[in-house]
Design a protein around this ligand. Structure first.
Ligand code: DQA
Length: 147
């Protein structure tokens, strides 16, 4: 069984970007954390990043047929994208949203989250560990499914 793990804009430059907010963890390190946790639960993880909103929408649509669950860090598009909200709402598999930083402690424009209002669960402010927790939660939600 496969889960889809999506990362939005500017997460490709993690490690070199605002370490006070995001630490020094890189996207490659997050990918390793995700693969390790997925394997613990006998899941395969398809780990992707894009800077384009429409690509995230199209990738979410793949989860209609091809994945048992989704983990998504929509990055800044969480705060702006009704299209991502609608794409997440259209899915019938669990979707866990992750933000590395605690967006609630930050600027007011990060207090709107259009993905959170459609997601199954949201993990914010746990840093890289949030990705591991998100994979574990998707695994527990799908563990009783026959797929
Ligand atoms: C982020 C939080 C967003 O507000 C921000 O735009 C990001 C990263 C996080 O993981 O903490 O790009 O999604």
């Amino acid at each position: 069984r496969r889960i889809l793990v999506l990362n939005g804009p500017n997460l490709d430059v993690l490690g070199r970007r605002d370490p006070a907010q995001y630490g020094t963890v890189t996207l490659a390190e997050l990918e390793a954390i995700v693969h390790t946790e997925a394997a613990v639960h006998e899941l395969e993880a398809d780990f992707r990043q894009t800077n384009r909103e429409g690509e995230l929408v199209e990738w979410l649509h793949e989860a209609l047929d091809h994945f048992v669950g989704v983990v998504i860090n929509p990055a800044a598009y969480a705060h702006t994208s009704v299209a991502l909200h609608d794409a997440v709402e259209a899915l019938d598999v669990p979707v866990v949203e992750v933000h590395l930083s605690n967006t609630w402690k930050r600027e007011p424009f990060r207090h709107v989250d259009h993905v959170a209002t459609a997601a199954t669960a949201v993990i914010v402010g746990a840093g890289a560990d949030g990705y591991r927790l998100a994979v574990a939660h998707v695994a527990s939600l799908v563990s009783t499914d026959a797929q």
